[in-house]
Ligand binder design. Structure first.
Ligand code: CA
Ligand code: CA
Length: 359
């Protein structure tokens, strides 16, 4: 009952600040880039997000990455891109690119994980690459890191277990605790068994929160595999992530395109999660034990009331492009909210009652 109350409160009180996605756009090279009928859908999918990681870019000439940025910006929107080198142990190379809206965030730095010489004893085929995000619109979570990875299918378990070291190195490099990693993990079906999944270091250590559950299907084809994932660590990021928003995004249903066109876009659906804007405005006041709690508490309650009203109204005019298929791991959602204080819960309860009664 109490857990249910908590989830209800958080759903009501969280307002989306950032929408973050990860999309493996199968073999994104000059050939696909040249197909205008396919690229218009890729533009639409990428524009859904404020920050989106694109994987499997394969273009030695280097035209595709800036070309997509220019396409995204061609309608007057602001778009920038940060991208990795071409990565791979042999002549097969891929690049990662983060496209983002500079009016929503700034990218303070990028980070390329280095696993040494590509001699086969190294950890990754395509070493994770990431960005340190700075945003004023994500409440108390001002800075956080986003890593992208495309795990090699035939070494999936080994590479997935090596991600713990990547988190450690990235956190140290950036000086932040809040980091997410997302991308095509190949973490299902023939590449990672159910038993292997349970034993992954990122699963047995509960400081990591997995947002896309094992039952999700991120493949466009008839196979049912949860390849693409989002994993978070850091208390602020775990609490700010709106776990109920985490899902695969079935663009074929939304655009009503046939199977041929869907496969021409990719063999994967993007996965995504929203980061909340409002919840952490409350934290310092609600945790305060000094004599000023009355004043700050009142102003905080008023602020929250206005935010939640917007949130409730917003939900009634929900994004028509949002899929109704929600795939959150409910247990993870409960776990992520467990550390917030009960005092804060009372604030949310009262504020939401006020917000609802004022409508
Ligand atoms: Ca390597
Ligand atoms: Ca499928």
């Amino acid at each position: 009952m109490l857990s249910f109350l908590w989830i209800s409160l958080l759903v009501i009180s969280q307002t989306e600040a950032l929408k973050i996605g990860a999309f493996n756009i199968q073999t994104l090279g000059r050939t696909k880039y040249g197909k205008e009928e396919v690229m218009v859908y890729i533009d639409l999918i990428l524009r859904r997000y404020d920050i989106v990681l694109v994987q499997e870019i394969r273009d030695a000439a280097g035209n595709v990455i800036p070309g997509i940025r220019n396409r995204l910006a061609s309608n007057g929107e602001e778009w920038e891109v940060v991208y990795s080198e071409r990565l791979g142990r042999n002549s097969y190379k891929e690049q990662y690119a983060f496209y983002y809206r500079p009016d929503k965030i700034t990218v303070e730095s990028s980070y390329q994980y280095d696993d040494g010489v590509d001699d086969g004893t190294d950890a990754f085929s395509r070493e994770p690459f990431g960005i340190l995000v700075n945003s004023d619109i994500t409440g108390g979570l001002k800075k956080f890191g986003i890593l992208g990875v495309h795990i090699a299918p035939n070494e999936a378990v080994e590479e997935l277990n090596a991600l713990v070291d990547v988190f450690t190195a990235a956190k140290e490099n950036w000086g932040v605790d809040d980091v997410m990693i997302m991308g095509d993990f190949n973490a299902d079906c023939t590449y990672v068994s159910d038993e292997e999944k349970e034993q992954l270091d990122l699963r047995t250590d509960n400081s990591y929160l997995w947002l896309i559950g094992d039952d999700v299907d991120t493949t466009v084809s008839s196979t049912d595999c949860a390849y693409d994932r989002i994993v978070l660590t850091g208390d602020l990021l775990k609490a700010a992530a709106i776990t109920s928003s985490a899902q695969e995004w079935r663009f074929d249903n939304v655009f009503n395109v046939n199977a041929t066109m869907t496969k021409a876009v990719s063999d994967h659906y993007p996965v995504e999660v929203n980061i909340a804007s409002d919840i952490f405005h409350l934290l310092p006041e609600s945790n305060s034990t000094d004599g000023n709690t009355t004043d700050s508490g009142m102003s905080t309650t008023m602020e929250l009331t206005s935010v939640t009203t917007t949130s409730i109204l917003g939900s009634s005019i929900s994004d028509p492009l949002t899929s109704s298929h929600t795939t959150t791991d409910r247990n993870s959602a409960v776990r992520s909210t467990g550390s917030v204080s009960w005092k804060l819960a009372v604030y949310f309860l009262l504020s939401n009652i006020l917000a609802v009664s004022s409508l």
